[in-house]
Ligand binder design. Sequence first.
Ligand SMILES: *[C@@H]1O[C@H](CO)[C@@H](O)[C@H](O)[C@H]1NC(C)=O
Ligand SMILES: *[C@@H]1O[C@H](CO)[C@@H](O)[C@H](O)[C@H]1NC(C)=O
Ligand SMILES: *[C@@H]1O[C@H](CO)[C@@H](O)[C@H](O)[C@H]1NC(C)=O
Ligand SMILES: CC(=O)N[C@H]1CO[C@H](CO)[C@@H](O)[C@@H]1O
Length: 386
Amino acid sequence: MKPSTILSAVALALPLARAQNETTKTWPEPSPGTFNITNFKFDSGETLNCLELYYQTIGTLKVEEDGSSNAVLLLHGSAVGNSEQFLNEEFAGTLFNPGQVLDTEKYFLVIPDGIGHGESSSPRNTGLHAKFPDYQYSDMIRANHQLLTEHLGIKHTRLVLGVSMGGMHTWMWGEEYPDFSDALMPISSLPSQITAHNRLWRRMFIGLVQGDPAWLEGEYESQPIVGLTGALAVLEIMYEGQVALSRDYPTMEGIDRFYDATFEGVLSEIDHFDANNQIYAWNASYTYDPEARLGEIKVPLTAVNTADDLMNPPQLHILEDAVDNKMQKGLGRAVTIPVNNVTMTTGHRSYINAALWKDELEFLLCKTAPKTVQRRSVAGRMSFGN
Ligand SMILES: *[C@@H]1O[C@H](CO)[C@@H](O)[C@H](O)[C@H]1NC(C)=O
Ligand SMILES: *[C@@H]1O[C@H](CO)[C@@H](O)[C@H](O)[C@H]1NC(C)=O
Ligand SMILES: *[C@@H]1O[C@H](CO)[C@@H](O)[C@H](O)[C@H]1NC(C)=O
Ligand SMILES: CC(=O)N[C@H]1CO[C@H](CO)[C@@H](O)[C@@H]1O
């Protein structure tokens, strides 16, 4: 059985799971970097004197005279996510290699760790704990925009693609910086405020951690284990797909083993899930509400969800309604991948399975390709056919 299904998406972020795959890695080695912003002002009114943004890049940046570029911005998911999340066979091994859709000989990939995530400044690594500024998604995308424009010299990207939280950031990016990207691709997200189950579980997560007396208002020496594991259990429920779980662990012994293995893995690496970092990350979507400004998006956007995603339930038809009725006509495309034995979706965490949506990505890139290139390739194909 694949380690990824044994340990689940929560554990996918564990260094343990990452180390296991170094031997099977086929994609090009990323280069790390850090961009330091002084006096970063948050929407809350708070300021951080030194905000460090860590990022990884793959490929070589090419900027055209008109400012367009071959840059592709990849935005990761919440809390347990960071730039490392993409560096596995399911994602990088399916997209980044020569001839693949995001061939790094052609594109320059920029993969930042958002504020509060990975190696970027966070409640834990700044030592500010629960006194870290209250950051929201709006702050995260503004900081990433500064990273691209001020540090990397990118004024225009070929594509912004994000998964889960990164998907939500992609909708916001299209509204906040409408001229910035040729194409947008949000995966496993909805362009509306977070309500119903998706808000309930986030509140439960934060409540469980803060309700553990060992949390000590954020000043714990070791993780508040009771609250934190309870919270991670709620998260785990939201990540998994019902059909996938029943398919992969059809018996009572099977699902018991899955439970034991998952929580053994989480407990052995509990420090990786820092309580303060988690609280902040899950609360960063508190004010997320891109719905009213969907009409401001100016470029083609393809949104992909899966029908078994408990965080983004297709029954609400939010995605189709946004694309059909709230975006400018003809710009958006909503794809909800059905759940069956061919797609083999795995709930919310399907987003990392690039094989599910790489054809959609290829088509989006083709549709938004610079005109001159398009004309040349059409002509080329015609003469080839003659
Ligand atoms: C950013 O700051 C960190 C330490 O605070 C330092 O190690 C790093 O070199 C700085 N990066 C740049 C590009 O100045
Ligand atoms: C969550 O974010 C909101 C909006 O920024 C803020 O008012 C609230 O205090 C935050 N809650 C927690 C638990 O940090
Ligand atoms: C899917 O596969 C399972 C087991 O492999 C099988 O029992 C089930 O009937 C299949 N479902 C469909 C819709 O083909
Ligand atoms: C933990 C993890 O990501 N495992 C993956 C390592 O690579 C193999 C080979 O492609 C995958 O099958 C695993 O899922």
